[in-house]
Design a protein around this ligand. Structure first.
Ligand code: ARG
Length: 601
C-alpha cells in the first residue's frame, strides 16, 4: 500500500487515459484548501489546453470516473476545472491502520535502490572542527539514515583530513617537546610502540601553538613542510606517529560525534589512498590524460566559453574563465587535495562499485569538487552525473557574520555539545511532564534534548541557506524546535502509559471529527516528504513533516478527549489507536533525523 495521494493519482491517471489523454495529467496532491476537500488534481486545465477542449467539460468527464474509486467519497469540479477530491472516512481509517502496522510507518521505499557512498564529516586530524564540519556531520548522517530507510545500499565514509601540513606541524611540535622519542631516530624502521606518545589534550594544545608559530617563524614553517614531505615519502618513524595521531583523534571524534548520534561505516582518510597515487599518476601519464604544464602535471578540464561560478574563501561568488586545471602533481612534484580526492574515487569504485558518490561539504568547496568530478569523468573512473556535491550554507552569529566563539575562535564540537547540554539541562522540568527525575536520568534526558535541539535547528533549514546560531531558541520547548518534537513524543507516550494503567486498550480506528481527518492526512504526507527529501537531498522536508504531524496531533488532542470519563469505549479505543500510529510515525521520522525521544521528560 502507498500513500493516498499516490493511489488517487492512479485513479486520476486512468481516468485521463480513458479519455484518450496522457496519464501524467493525473497527478494528485493534498488540497491547498483543506476546508473544501482532502486532495486536488489540477490536470484538466493543461490536458484540455493540449487537446483543444474546454477544461470544465473535461473535468465533468473525469470527475465521475474518479468518483468510482473505492477510496473516494466525492469529487467536485471547481473554478476553471480543478478536481477537489474527498476521501471516505473508512479509507482514512484503513490508511491509518496500515501506517500503524507498516514497519516504515507509511514512509514507502525507493523504486530503484542505489548503491551510494556518502563522503561527509571530513574533520581534519588534530585541528579543531569548525561549524562547517558539524553541519556536514549532521546533514550527512541524516541523509545516510534517509537513504537507508528507503532501501538504498549506503556506505558512509568520514574521509579524514590526515595528509596535510597539520601533520608536519604536529610532528615537529612533538619533536621539540620529546626529542628522544624513538620515532625521531631516522635509523629506526619499526616496529614502534603501540602506546601513543601523546594524548588528545596534547594534540589540542600543540596544534594551535605550532600553527600560530609557523605563521611568524619561517624556519619553523619550513621544518613542518619538510617533515610532512618526509612523512609522505614514507619515513617510518613519521608514519608511525601519523598512525598515533589518527588513532588518538578518531577516539576523541567518536565521543563528540556520539553525542550527536552521528556515525560512519568507514573511518578512512586521505592517507589511505597514498599507495594508490603513484600508480594512478603513472597510468594517467601513460594514457596521455595528464599533460605537462610548466613543470606540473595537470588534467585539462576547462570547456571553452564557460564562466565558472566559484565561491571565494569569504563566501562571495567569483567568476572564473576558464576553469582552472585539475592539479595532479604540482611543480614541486607534490600531490595534494585534488590527487587524493581523485584516488579516493578510484578506491571507492574498486572496492565498493557505487552507483553514486555524494559529498556533503561546505558550499565554498564547490569549485574543487567540480574540478575533481570532471577529472574523474575524463579519466573514466565515474561519470560526472554520478558525482554530486551537496553544499550547505554557513552558520552565522546574531551579527550576521559566520559564527565564532565569544573569544573569536572557531567552535569546537566538544564545546558546542557542552553548551547545548548545559542549556538543555536547565530547561528540563519546564514541560511539567518530568515528575521526579533523579540526577542520572536527568543527564540522559539532557543529552537527548541537546541532541534534538542541535540537529533539528540545523536540519530544518533548506540545506543551502545560512542560519543564525541561537542556542536559547534551539533548546526551547516551544516553536519549531527539536525539543518541541520530543515534547510531542513524550506526551504521546504519557497518554498511552496512563491508558494502560487504567486498563484501556487501542482498538479499531474510526474517523469522525475534522481533527481526526486532518491528523490522518498529516500522517499520509510522510511518504511524499521522504521522497522529496531523497530526490532533492534536502532533510528539511522531513523536519517540516514531523512538525506538521506534531501540530496536527496537538489540535486533535485538544479537540478529541481520550481518557475522560464520558468518552464512549469505542471512540476511546479508536483514539488510542490513532495515538499509537502517530507515535510510531513520529519516532520513525525523528529516527531519520537522528533524534531519539526519552520515555519521560
Ligand atoms: N577535510 C576537508 C576540510 O576540512 C573536508 C573533506 C571533504 N571531503 C572530500 N572528499 N574532500 O575542508
Amino acid at each position: 500500500m502507498t500513500d493516498l495521494a499516490t493511489q488517487l493519482a492512479g485513479a486520476c491517471s486512468a481516468a485521463f487515459e480513458a479519455e484518450g489523454l496522457e496519464a501524467r495529467w493525473g497527478a494528485v496532491k493534498q488540497s491547498d484548501r483543506p476546508e473544501l476537500a482532502d486532495f486536488q488534481c489540477n490536470g484538466c486545465m493543461g490536458a484540455a489546453k493540449q487537446a483543444g477542449m474546454n477544461p470544465r467539460d473535461l473535468a465533468a468527464k473525469i470527475a465521475p470516473r474518479v468518483a468510482e474509486h473505492a477510496l473516494v467519497d466525492r469529487v467536485d469540479v471547481a473554478g476553471p476545472g480543478f478536481l477537489n477530491i474527498t476521501v471516505s472516512a473508512s479509507a482514512l481509517a484503513d490508511q491509518a491502520a496500515f501506517i500503524g502496522r507498516d514497519e516504515k510507518a507509511g514512509g514507502g521505499a525507493v523504486e530503484q535502490p542505489e548503491k551510494v557512498v556518502f563522503d561527509f564529516g571530513g574533520p581534519n586530524v588534530a585541528k579543531p572542527m569548525h561549524v562547517g564540519h558539524i553541519r556536514s556531520a549532521v546533514i550527512g548522517d541524516t541523509l545516510v539514515r534517509l537513504f537507508r530507510f528507503l532501501g538504498d545500499d549506503v556506505t558512509g565514509d568520514v574521509h579524514l583530513g590526515d595528509w596535510g601540513l597539520q601533520m608536519g606541524l604536529l610532528i615537529i611540535a612533538v619533536m621539540d617537546e620529546q626529542p628522544d622519542l624513538i620515532y625521531f631516530d631516522e635509523s629506526q624502521t619499526g616496529p614502534f610502540p603501540d602506546m601513543p606518545p601523546v594524548t588528545m589534550d596534547d594534540l589540542s594544545r600543540l596544534y594551535p601553538m605550532a600553527s600560530g608559530r609557523s605563521k611568524e617563524d619561517e624556519a619553523y614553517a619550513k621544518r613542518a613542510q619538510d617533515a610532512v614531505a618526509e612523512m609522505q615519502a614514507g619515513r617510518a618513524g613519521y608514519r608511525a606517529m601519523l598512525k598515533h595521531f589518527i588513532d588518538v583523534s578518531v577516539a576523541a571524534l567518536k565521543v563528540d560525534y556520539g553525542f550527536l548520534d552521528v556515525s560512519f561505516d568507514l573511518w578512512k582518510g586521505e592517507s589511505d589512498v597514498d599507495p594508490l597515487i603513484d600508480p594512478m599518476v603513472a597510468d594517467l601519464k601513460e594514457r596521455e590524460l595528464a599533460t605537462e604544464d610548466d613543470g606540473a602535471w595537470i588534467i585539462e578540464i576547462a570547456r571553452p566559453d564557460e564562466n565558472v561560478e566559484a565561491v571565494g574563501k569569504d563566501g562571495k561568488p567569483r567568476l572564473k574563465n576558464p576553469m582552472p586545471p585539475f592539479m595532479l602533481v604540482n611543480s614541486r612534484g607534490a600531490t595534494g587535495y585534488h590527487a587524493t580526492d581523485l584516488a579516493t574515487i578510484k578506491d571507492r569504485v574498486d572496492s565498493i562499485e557505487p552507483d553514486r558518490i555524494l559529498y556533503v561539504v561546505d558550499q565554498r568547496q564547490a569549485l574543487h569538487f567540480e574540478q575533481v568530478y570532471r577529472a574523474a569523468d575524463k579519466v573514466g573512473y565515474m561519470g560526472r552525473d554520478q558525482l554530486e556535491h551537496l553544499g550547505f550554507g554557513t552558520v552565522n552569529g546574531k551579527d550576521g557574520k559566520p559564527f565564532k566563539t565569544r573569544e573569536g575562535g572557531t567552535l569546537r564540537l566538544a564545546d558546542l555539545n557542552g553548551m547545548a547540554l548545559e542549556e538543555a539541562t536547565k530547561r528540563i522540568g519546564e514541560t511539567g511532564l518530568s515528575g521526579d527525575i533523579g540526577p542520572e536520568e536527568k543527564a540522559e534526558i539532557g543529552t537527548l534534548v541537546a541532541r534534538a535541539a542541535l540537529r533539528f535547528a540545523d536540519l530544518q533549514n533548506q540545506r543551502t541557506t545560512n542560519y543564525v546560531f541561537d542556542l536559547e531558541r534551539f533548546t526551547s520547548f516551544e516553536g519549531k524546535t527539536g525539543p518541541y518534537l520530543l515534547y510531542a513524543a513524550v506526551r504521546l507516550k504519557a497518554i498511552l502509559r496512563r491508558a494502560a494503567e487504567q486498563g484501556f486498550q487501542a482498538g479499531d480506528i474510526q474517523i469522525d471529527a475534522p481533527e481526526e481527518r486532518k491528523l490522518v492526512l498529516a500522517l499520509d504526507g510522510f511518504a511524499l516528504a521522504l521522497r522529496l527529501a531523497r530526490e532533492k537531498r534536502m532533510p528539511h522536508y522531513i523536519c517540516e513533516h514531523v512538525y506538521q504531524l506534531a501540530q496536527s496531533f496537538s489540535a486533535f488532542y485538544a479537540a478529541c478527549p481520550i481518557l475522560k470519563d464520558d468518552v464512549p469505549a469505542d471512540v476511546r479505543s479508536s483514539r488510542l489507536a490513532l495515538c499509537e500510529v502517530v507515535l510510531h510515525q513520529l519516532e520513525a521520522g525523528l529516527g531519520i533525523l537522528g533524534i531519539t525521544a526519552p520515555e519521560r521528560m
